[in-house]
Write a protein that binds this ligand. Structure first.
Ligand code: NAD
Length: 267
């Protein structure tokens, strides 16, 4: 059997990926298609979404996860026009580009970050899960961040992502008896367009990000997608309510910097 055929584990499955027009969501969409799934990208960037959909054989339905009525309409439309949704990955999110003090972060910016990252994720989960629960099956991955697991100078983004982790655990207990699993992936530093822009603008130092992880490098978006495919699949049928860091061991190694950093190879 060829590797390609072995990998077609999601034949006849329908997957929705929010934020699928870029970065982590785009990799997830591509990996799901490679495994045979029908993938619907729901992103507010309609142009990029269409480009990705055309290139990787997905369907694009523009969606702003900040708009509750639109989420409900899109989830109902997909169920009616495309079919029953088996998988949801919520990758739509916005970062806080500069570490502002509480005095300097405006409440409008705080609201926008919490609105898209936390409220938007909640609304996507509840709107797609209502159909999954009726059918008695489904699997959801929320994308949080290691910034939701350790404090950092991001007073809106960190708490919003911590909320995503907690929310997914709560929803996993709520929907477990309805056959719906809910898990979270908390990425470390992933080289995606949004992070690359921050590096290019001098707002992040790639060598510091690489150095602070155990493996000493950035995460590739495909490495998040592979973890997501595992958690969505039947191979993870007993796993629900977990938060899986995919971070090159950033959480394990970051405290070592208090003591001069991790030992380099050969020392
Ligand atoms: P990205 O900017 O490359 O992709 C995010 C996508 O979400 C974009 O296509 C954007 O158009 C879409 N989006 C933004 N707001 C939206 C909205 N209101 N409605 C619908 N779509 C919207 O970013 P990324 O790095 O791929 O990040 C994806 C997710 O992973 C985010 O939730 C982010 O917080 C999280 N994350 C990223 C990193 C990293 O290092 N890149 C680390 C930890 C967590």
């Amino acid at each position: 059997m060829t590797k390609e055929i072995e990998n077609v584990t999601f034949l006849n499955k329908i997957a929705v990926v929010t934020g699928g027009a870029s970065g982590i969501g785009k990799s997830c969409a591509r990996r799901l298609v490679e495994r045979g799934a029908t993938v619907v990208i729901c992103d507010r960037d309609a142009e990029s979404s269409m480009e990705v959909a055309t290139k990787h054989c997905c369907i694009s339905i523009p969606l702003d996860v900040g708009d509750p009525a639109a989420i409900e309409a899109v989830s109902d439309r997909i169920e009616t026009e495309i079919g029953p949704v088996d998988f949801l990955i919520t990758s739509a999110g916005i970062i806080q580009s500069t570490p502002e003090s509480p005095e300097n972060i405006g409440i409008e910016e705080w609201d926008a970050i919490v609105d898209i990252n936390l409220r938007g994720t909640y609304l996507c989960c509840t709107n797609f899960a209502k159909h999954m629960c009726k059918r008695g099956s489904g699997s959801i991955i929320t994308i949080a961040s290691v910034m939701g697991m350790r404090s950092g100078p991001f007073h809106a983004y960190g708490p919003a992502k911590a909320g995503v982790v907690h929310m997914a655990k709560t929803l996993s207990a709520e929907w477990g008896r309805s056959g719906v699993r809910v898990n979270t992936i908390s990425p470390g530093y992933v080289l995606t367009p949004v992070l690359q822009s921050a590096i290019d603008a001098g707002l992040r130092d790639i060598s510091v990000m690489e150095e602070s992880s155990a493996l000493g490098r950035m995460v590739d978006p495909d490495e998040i997608a592979e973890a997501a495919c595992f958690l969505l699949s039947d191979a993870a049928s007993a796993i629900t309510g977990i938060n899986l860091p995919v971070d090159n061991g950033w959480l394990s190694a970051v405290n070592w910097h208090t003591y001069g950093g991790v030992r380099q190879t050969g020392r």
